[in-house]
Structure formats: C-alpha cells, structure tokens
Design a protein around this ligand. Structure first.
Ligand SMILES: [Zn+2]
Ligand SMILES: [Zn+2]
Length: 210
C-alpha cells in the first residue's frame, strides 16, 4: 500500500476561515511554466515557493482553489487590465477582511496563480476515516470517477454521513451548487487507492513543459 500525501487545507490564521479547497503539497517541482496567461499549477495542488531571491514561506496555488475570499478594498492593490497584476502588494482578503494572499492573473505578468502570504494562514490536515468507506460510498465514488459525472455528489454526502462522516468541508462541498467537471477531490479521497495515480498525473502535468 502506498503512503499518500494527505489533503491539506489552508485556513486564515486570524479567523480560521478555510481559504482553499483541500489540496496536495507538491515537492520537487522541476520546471514551472513561464509563459503569460497560463496556469502556473493545475487545480488540486500547492507548491511551497522556496526559489532563491523570493520571500520564503509562500505557498502557490491555482487561483480556482482559493475560496471564501474577496479582492482588497483598496483599488490600487488590484491594478491590472484583465485581472490583478499582483505587483501592488497583497490584493486578496479573507471574507472577514484579513489580508491573506496575492493573486497574479493579468495577461502580461507570467503564469496565473495565487500566493498565500507567509504567516497569514494555518495548515490543517483534512480528517478522513477509513470506516467511512462503506460499500455504498465506494460504489458511488467509483461510478462518478469513471463517468466523470459528479451530479451524485449530494447522494455521496448522505452516504458519507450515514457512515459517520461529520466533516463539514466534505459534506458542504458535496451538497454545494457547482459540481466539478473533470476531477473531484472528495471522490479521490474516498478512492484512496487511486490517489497516488492522481497525484502523479498532476505532477506530470506540472513538470512536463515544452
Ligand atoms: Zn480571516
Ligand atoms: Zn491584461
């Protein structure tokens, strides 16, 4: 059995609000894209930016993995033509108004990403008990994984709850309004034997660049 990296979640250090979807930490990212306008990282992962000459302790994520946030009240922080350029300081606040991140998503400032600022977050591991993987839970997850049709996520939430799952982040996500299109982190979490494959796929997509 392969040991997989746990899903982690970033929370605002000031108020505890979840700031990201559950994501997996990548290590040893060999090459990052440098072109304008593309995503720096695929969804579902994060990378600790320890490149020389940069402030250490920053975590980089796909902009779509950031939740419960809004842009800074000061419009000078969000300058840009088609998205904030990220060169005017912290531009993302948690929904309770704490400065937490810098989004770079303009057309000319390199790959799009959001950087969580050092010391503004705490990292929590997402709890998932093996006893929640009942036959019903597993078969629902397998069907969704194979069909890429995630419309049964609310049913999966009920099945998980029947099995004893009380993790709000998982249940609320499954019952939320926007089912994912390609991958679902809850389904991946249930089918943990497939996590390794998913992680390597993500790494390959991050690393293989022309
Ligand atoms: Zn906060
Ligand atoms: Zn632009």
């Amino acid at each position: 059995m392969t040991k997989t990296r746990p899903l982690i979640l970033f929370r605002c250090a000031a108020c505890g609000l979840a700031l990201t979807h559950p994501v997996r930490l990548l290590d040893e990212v060999i090459a990052l894209p440098s072109e304008d306008g593309v995503d720096l990282l695929v969804e579902g992962c994060c990378w600790r930016d320890d490149r020389p000459g940069r402030t250490t302790g920053r975590f980089l994520l796909n902009c779509k993995d950031i939740v419960n946030t809004r842009y800074h009240d000061d419009p000078r922080r969000t300058n840009g033509c088609c998205g904030p350029s990220g060169i005017d300081g912290v531009n993302v606040l948690c929904a309770n108004g704490h400065e937490v991140a810098t989004e770079c998503s303009d057309c000319w400032t390199g790959p799009h990403h959001t950087e969580l600022e050092p010391n503004t977050f705490i990292i929590a591991e997402l709890p998932f008990s093996a006893s929640w993987r009942t036959d019903t839970v597993l078969s629902l997850a397998r069907v969704m994984c194979e069909s890429r049709d995630f419309s049964a996520l609310p049913i999966l939430a009920d099945a998980l709850q029947d099995a004893g799952c009380d993790t709000d982040i998982i249940l609320n996500y499954c019952r939320g309004p926007n089912p994912p299109h390609v991958r679902c982190w809850v389904v991946d979490l249930v089918l943990n034997e497939e996590e390794r494959g998913a992680e390597e796929q993500m790494r390959a997509r991050v690393e293989v660049r022309p």
